[in-house]
Design a protein around this ligand. Sequence first.
Ligand code: C2E
Ligand code: CA
Ligand code: CA
Ligand code: CA
Length: 276
Amino acid sequence: FLPMTAILSILLMVLTANWLQRRISWRDEIRRAIHARQFSVHYQPVYNNRTQSCTGAEALLRWTLPGGDSIRPDIFISAAEAEGMIVPLTRHLLDLIAEDVQQWQVEPGFHIGINVAADHLQHPAFVDDMLKFADKIKQTPLLITLELTERSLIKDGEDVARKLDRLRADGMKVAIDDFGTGHCSLSYLQTFALDYLKIDRGFINAIESLSGETPVLDAIINLSHKLQLEVLGEGVETALQYCYLRQRGVTFIQGYYYAHPMDNDALIAWLAEHEQ
Ligand code: C2E
Ligand code: CA
Ligand code: CA
Ligand code: CA
């Protein structure tokens, strides 16, 4: 017989080795996938109720394996965030976008939404990375919108606020993403100078009729008006949801009802067919 403590320590060693193995492999896999060009960008058009046209799109990363299968963004983005790979991955995303937008024919001021993780915002090179990107795409008259999520907490709010102010002074816009789902939405409103508030899909889902009760959603819309923030409804899937939001003065609409995320070729064709 092995004593209980020996069994336990062997078990612990096996588990630790397994865990280390997994850690190493996500990092390596992402790094390898960058070199193998397995990442690409999809773009989801955003509808502007005021101009009744598409005035922007959000960039969404895609990871396609050689066999054609893909890994879901929420899986590999959280892995990248957990393993210290989100900064290199976002830099790669910016390079991919810079290649794609060379072919875009858009009106000046067309928005390109970029999701930025807390780790990147807190990275000393963040402002430089974004300014370099802006310089790279200057041939295309785009307006960069930085989308901040609350999935991971921003620790040094003051420092990040200064960086965002610097980029806003350079003409970039700042949006708070998935509003209402994290634990710091309201403190973000206090700490950062913002331009857009993106209402999370969960609140849009609650819309069941034009006159129905959606007190939390209504309060968020009122709040954004009060703070003079532009407001966008995310994950809008039905005409009813669209009408409800339009009636309450939500200017921007994003969701399958208007357009799905699409690859760059599809977007170029889509933009040619839709008025901007
Ligand atoms: P998100 O920033 O909230 O992006 C919107 C997500 O909602 C996208 O999922 C989009 O495909 C999906 N969506 C859009 N319209 C609808 C709709 O009408 N109904 C439903 N059910 N879903 C809709 P996706 O592309 O799977 O991305 C998931 C999340 O992964 C994103 O949520 C974002 O947080 C993160 N992510 C994606 N790309 C990037 C990236 O390049 N960088 C970072 N940091 N995060 C990213
Ligand atoms: Ca987003
Ligand atoms: Ca969102
Ligand atoms: Ca979301």
